[in-house]
Ligand binder design. Structure first.
Ligand SMILES: Nc1nc2c([nH]c(=O)n2[C@@H]2O[C@H](COP(=O)(O)OP(=O)(O)OP(=O)(O)O)[C@@H](O)[C@H]2O)c(=O)[nH]1
Length: 128
């Protein structure tokens, strides 16, 4: 199965983190994830995550650290999820695709119903 490369951002707002909920009509409906998306041809990982965050959330971020990529096979597709720790810089947060968001502390993050590929990312982040 072809691997789709996807970047995602753990966006820090001081000591809290943004998580977004996929809409009913997206793949993995209503699951929580870190905002991000597919790497386009010729694009660097960093360009991709900054572009996706602006498209999906209307905000600008600073990228601070790359975490360990996760390869995950869902029943109908396979992704390499490439996570970055980032921080909010500017702009008014507006959702364009997702149905909801939270800016949550570590304990609150653990209570969300995450997309499976995100679980190792969350674990690595929480252990830092
Ligand atoms: N952005 C993002 N996608 C994730 C995460 N975890 C995870 O499994 N994915 C999956 O990675 C895939 C690519 O994300 P995307 O947001 O660019 O694509 P999509 O499926 O909404 O777009 P599509 O309509 O072109 O299929 C999605 O199928 C999504 O379910 C995550 O933390 N962030």
């Amino acid at each position: 199965m072809k691997i789709i490369q996807v970047t995602c951002a753990i966006i820090l707002f001081d000591d809290k983190v943004l998580a977004v909920q996929r809409s009913k009509t997206m793949k993995l409906p209503l699951k929580w994830e870190f905002a991000g998306g597919k790497i386009e041809a010729g694009e660097t990982e960093i360009d991709c995550i900054k572009r996706e965050i602006f498209e999906e959330l209307n905000i600008n971020i600073q990228v601070n650290k790359r975490l360990t990529p996760v390869i995950h096979e869902y029943p109908d597709f396979k992704i390499e999820l490439i996570p970055f720790i980032t921080e909010y810089r500017s702009g008014e947060l507006k959702l364009s695709e997702h149905s909801d968001f939270v800016i949550a502390n570590k304990k609150e993050l653990l209570n969300l119903d995450w997309a499976e590929a995100d679980l190792p990312v969350l674990e690595e982040f929480l252990a830092l």
